[in-house]
Write a protein that binds this ligand. Structure first.
Ligand SMILES: NC(=O)c1ccc[n+]([C@@H]2O[C@H](COP(=O)([O-])OP(=O)(O)OC[C@H]3O[C@@H](n4cnc5c(N)ncnc54)[C@H](OP(=O)(O)O)[C@@H]3O)[C@@H](O)[C@H]2O)c1
Length: 271
């Protein structure tokens, strides 16, 4: 799928590096087929050293040599980067934007020509290939462009393709979600310390338990409530713990957190 495509990573910072790492580890892309850009030569030296890829400070040059263009600069840099590369883009190339809050419509309008554009919202566990990415197609993108984008982000985790109207929701749930779960892990570890465990042991127990619970939902395909029921023995310990969670409003609090973060993602888009 990706092997015969040349990919330009425009703004290869943390996210760009994570994706390249995933693609090379998976053998999905050869370093000879990648060209990476950044704002500073020092950054390019790091990328060339780590991956052996071609690098340049000239975004337009990178795009002119490529079939797929991944925009991974900060959102505020996207307008100037799009203006810089517009001239060398044409409908045969695919643009994928990973910048938070930047819509496909914004890029299409700025380009002023029918170039296929997709939007992607990954999360930070992509760094260790357990990422979750939502992708959405713009007006001129077809199934083949969706498939190419899916293949790129599947190198660093799982992918769901959604209508673009859901991208704020994805930002509030899976992109912000690791932060919520770090708080859950931290709190469970604190609880472990309270009941007498050494902190490092408590943290490992909490983190691996979250990892296992997530994997159970994905791998069994069972409803989380059914999985919860299998842990909850009548008159056992777990039901006492669950009663405390319900009393503390954990469910409603998590729902409100996602709703707020999704609303904020929408505001950023309009800012
Ligand atoms: N990190 C994540 O998990 C994550 C998740 C979802 C979405 N995103 C999105 O991904 C984007 C990048 O995030 P990040 O965490 O990877 O940021 P980052 O590490 O700061 O990377 C941004 C890169 O853009 C480069 N850059 C700046 N101006 C440029 C220009 N004019 N032309 C070419 N390159 C330029 C920078 O180069 P220098 O290093 O040389 O300054 C830097 O390497 C953001 O829009 C963010 O919303 C990130």
């Amino acid at each position: 799928m990706l092997k015969d495509k040349k990919i330009a990573v425009i703004g290869a910072g943390k996210l760009g590096e994570a994706i390249l790492g995933g693609l090379f580890d998976a053998g999905a892309v050869r370093p000879a087929n990648v060209i990476a850009t950044a704002a500073h030569q020092e950054r390019l030296n790091v990328l060339a050293e780590r991956f052996g890829v071609e690098t340049t400070l000239a975004n337009a040059q990178a795009v002119s040599e490529s079939d797929v263009v991944l925009l991974s600069t900060k959102p505020q840099t996207i307008p100037e980067v799009v203006d810089e590369i517009a001239e060398v883009l044409d409908p045969s190339k695919l643009v994928i934007t990973a910048a938070a809050s930047v819509s496909t419509g914004f890029i299409e309008e700025r380009l002023g020509k029918p170039v296929p554009v997709l939007r992607a919202m990954p999360n930070t566990p992509s760094l260790i290939k357990v990422g979750m990415t939502g992708i959405a197609a713009g007006t001129h993108a077809g199934p083949e462009h969706v498939a190419t984008t899916r293949a790129i982000f599947e190198a660093v985790g799982r992918v769901v393709a959604v209508d673009e109207k859901h991208m704020d929701a994805i930002t509030g749930l899976s992109a912000s979600g690791p932060a919520y779960l770090y708080i859950v892990i931290e709190s469970l570890a604190e609880a472990g310390v309270k009941v007498g465990l050494p902190r490092d042991v408590a943290t490992e127990l909490a983190a691996q338990t979250c990892l296992g619970a997530g994997a159970m939902v994905i791998e069994t395909g069972e409803h989380p409530a059914r999985l919860k029921d299998t842990v909850t023995t009548p008159a056992g310990c777990t039901i006492d713990g669950i009663l405390e969670l319900e009393d503390g409003g954990l469910r409603v609090t998590l729902i409100k957190a996602v709703v707020k973060a999704a609303a904020r993602a929408h505001e950023l888009l309009e800012a």
